[in-house]
Design a protein around this ligand. Structure first.
Ligand SMILES: Nc1ncnc2c1ncn2[C@@H]1O[C@H](COP(=O)(O)OP(=O)(O)OP(=O)(O)O)[C@@H](O)[C@H]1O
Ligand SMILES: [Mg+2]
Length: 243
């Protein structure tokens, strides 16, 4: 589904991605974990075409998407969510989701129907006409997911969709993400909530200093205490194993 090879990206003198290489296979739920500033969001932005890599290649769904703009990559089926959600605050929930649906149809009626169906599926059915600004943090995360899902992606890149949520809300999003995958969408997610990583992901990539430093099943990554402690801080391995 996705294959990144040697992806490098600098911001001035700062090397944010340093030859990042990884694959995400069809139909999987794969997690990307790593400390603050490791390059996670930069990697997603580069994969989805919001940043152009300095070097390296990005293969997606059988083609080369390196250097393509975001809309062209979205059309091929790879869509990201944003860590800092940025809905059109004064537009309604439905209108925000419609923005995603227009990627697949120019017809307003069809886009509205599609958007409403996706929003309902994400539990926003009773908020369709509320403004995005009126949503709680959890509601905004759902809206961000709905907007991305309305584009009918093959691969969803989810950037910390559980950050700032309480345990109940996290459990709900975990169930939603699993359902989306069961409907045939491959999931690649950045997550600091280890309990979610452990219960959702089949494979985990660990990034530190812009490099992928480990890859494996959640259990294998969690038991690689040296890796986990060194890059995620003391106590992280224990938290993962007991999540
Ligand atoms: N547009 C930018 N201009 C300059 N530096 C940037 C830019 N975007 C990110 N950086 C820097 O690149 C590095 C990687 O940032 P990135 O946002 O990818 O980290 P992250 O792993 O997503 O962190 P977090 O867990 O805090 O979200 C950081 O040092 C960050 O300050
Ligand atoms: Mg980030």
């Amino acid at each position: 589904m996705l294959e990144a090879r040697g992806v490098t990206k600098s911001f001035g003198g700062l090397l944010a991605l340093d030859g990042a290489t990884l694959t995400v296979s069809d139909g999987a739920i794969v997690a990307l974990i790593g400390p603050n500033g490791a390059g996670k969001t930069t990697l997603f932005a580069t994969l989805a075409g919001f940043l152009e890599p300095d070097s390296g290649t990005i293969g997606f769904a059988g083609g080369d998407v390196t250097g393509l703009p975001p809309h062209a990559i979205a059309e091929r089926g790879m869509v990201r969510t944003f860590q800092i959600t940025q809905p059109f605050a004064r537009l309604s929930v439905l209108e925000n989701v419609v923005v995603g649906a227009y990627l697949r149809t120019p017809h307003r009626g069809e886009a509205m129907e599609r958007a409403a169906a996706v929003a309902r599926r994400l539990g926003l059915g009773d908020r369709l006409n509320a403004t995005a600004a009126s949503l709680t943090v959890a509601g905004r995360k759902r809206l961000e997911l709905a907007r991305a899902l309305a584009t009918r992606p093959k691969l969803l890149l989810l950037d910390e969709v559980m950050a700032g949520l309480n345990p109940t809300e996290i459990g709900e999003i975990v169930a939603i993400v699993r359902r989306i995958r069961d409907d045939g969408v491959t999931i690649f997610l950045i997550e600091h909530v280890m309990q979610a990583v452990m219960s959702l992901a089949e494979r985990v990539h660990v990034i530190a200093g812009g490099r992928i430093i480990a890859e494996g099943t959640p259990a294998a990554i969690a038991s690689d205490a040296a890796v986990v402690e060194a890059y995620l801080g003391r106590g992280a391995a224990r938290r993962m194993l007991h999540a």
